[in-house]
Ligand binder design. Structure first.
Ligand code: GLU
Length: 392
């Protein structure tokens, strides 16, 4: 059976593939420590689960509006106002099956063949593939640890051409964990203001997971003139430990949101009614559970920073948020015989130490690995111990 050209040109998600592999090995009885997927180990908070149960019992089990239940969209509007100081009306909001579907639908709704999308690299594994699935072209803007893996306005401008249609911004970043400060965003905004036809896709999914009391800023907070060209993407998966509920959302220009709605009306119809009720409870809550989870992530991040940097051949700059350690393993690759790159190193860790991590090349940075610390401190301690034993 011949598959489409489009799919032949698409990679499987490396994060999902590695976590599936870890799951399979666990089912076979292996004691795998999976540090692969960005999936909180915490349970979804009780009040959110109760809202879902109540929703089932009250008969909220049918299709909802394509773009989400009005009551949830109203909570999203309130969230934007209260947490981000951004004003939207319900017709500027769409609820999707995870933030990933919002990004996918945004690309499908706005990109044509040959359009270019600027993606700061390292990037989340799915961005380039989602862009390619829209027949558009990912254009990578390379960064490194010296600038905390962030792009500047100039770096973006140097890559803008007549075909540039979109830029994907992600802060805190998956995989690097760094955040764009107000100054960084002002600098980027100064450039993007000159290009009103370029869509700014701001993926804010990790906005709550920030350490040491630092504050999250969206580009619109420092550059409100970009309002019409910016689509804000977010969801409840990461902050509220709700990955399986599949609720993401997008906000912005109502013409673009309307086009995304058209795609949903012909693909998924709407996302799960019960999950929508649960997401409403999450967003209406006071975020005390989120705060507890974030302080736990911070402890883990500090632990990993101290312990990994003790290992010869590993360099790791302290991140400011998210739950990922993006670790430079050049030194290890040079040191270990028969290991030539990050893919081989990740395989070596899995084969010899039962630890699953994701190779950095999947995120556009070779000779790095991404370690998810959305797992208990006990597991992280075990993992560090295994790595040290393997290397000694
Ligand atoms: N976004 C998470 C990650 O990067 C979950 C898996 C995925 O969709 O990529 O691990």
């Amino acid at each position: 059976m011949k598959l489409s050209k489009r799919i032949s040109n698409t990679k499987t998600s490396a994060t999902i593939a590695m976590s599936m592999k870890a799951r399979e090995l666990t089912l076979q009885g292996k004691d795998i420590i999976s540090l692969s997927a960005g999936e909180p180990d915490f349970d979804t908070p009780r009040n959110i689960k109760n809202a879902a149960i109540e929703s089932i019992n009250s008969g909220n089990t049918k299709y909802t509006a394509v773009d989400g239940m009005l009551t949830l969209k109203e909570s999203i509007v309130k969230k934007f106002k209260n947490e981000n100081n951004l004003e939207y009306t319900p017709d500027q909001i769409i609820v999707s099956t995870g933030c990933k579907q919002s990004i996918y639908n945004l690309c499908q709704a706005t990109l044509d063949e040959g359009d270019e999308v600027l993606i700061p690299s390292p990037y989340w594994v799915s961005y380039p593939e989602i862009v390619k699935l829209s027949d558009a072209v990912p254009v990578f803007v390379e960064t490194n640890s010296e600038t905390d893996f962030k792009v500047t306005g100039k770096m973006l401008e140097d890559n803008i051409t007549k075909r540039t249609k979109m830029i994907l911004l992600n802060s805190p970043s998956n995989p690097s964990g760094f955040i764009y400060s107000q100054e960084d965003l002002k600098d980027i905004g100064r450039v993007l203001k000159k290009y009103p036809n370029i869509i700014i896709a701001s993926d804010d999914i990790y906005e709550h997971i920030i350490f040491n009391g630092k504050k999250f800023t969206n580009i619109l907070n420092v550059c409100p003139e970009l309002y019409d060209q910016t689509i804000v993407l977010n969801g409840v998966s990461k902050a509220y430990a709700m990955t399986g509920w599949r609720i993401g959302y997008a906000a912005g220009n109502s013409t673009i949101i309307g086009a995304m709605k058209k795609i949903q009306s012909q693909s998924t119809s709407c996302t799960c009614s019960i999950s929508q009720a649960a997401a409403k409870a999450a967003l209406d809550d006071d975020n005390s559970e989120v705060t507890k989870m974030v302080s736990e992530y911070q402890l883990r991040s500090e632990y990993l920073h101290t312990e990994l940097n003790k290992i010869e051949g590993i360099k790791y700059k302290k991140p400011e948020g998210s739950f990922y350690a993006f670790v430079d393993v050049n030194g290890l690759i040079n040191k270990i015989e028969n290991i030539n790159d990050d893919f081989e190193l990740a395989e070596y860790f899995l084969r010899e130490a039962d630890i699953a991590v994701v190779p950095g090349t999947a995120f556009g940075s070779k000779n790095h690995i991404r370690i998810s610390f959305a797992t208990s401190l006990v597991n992280l301690e075990k993992a560090v111990c295994r790595i040290k034993n393997l290397l000694s």
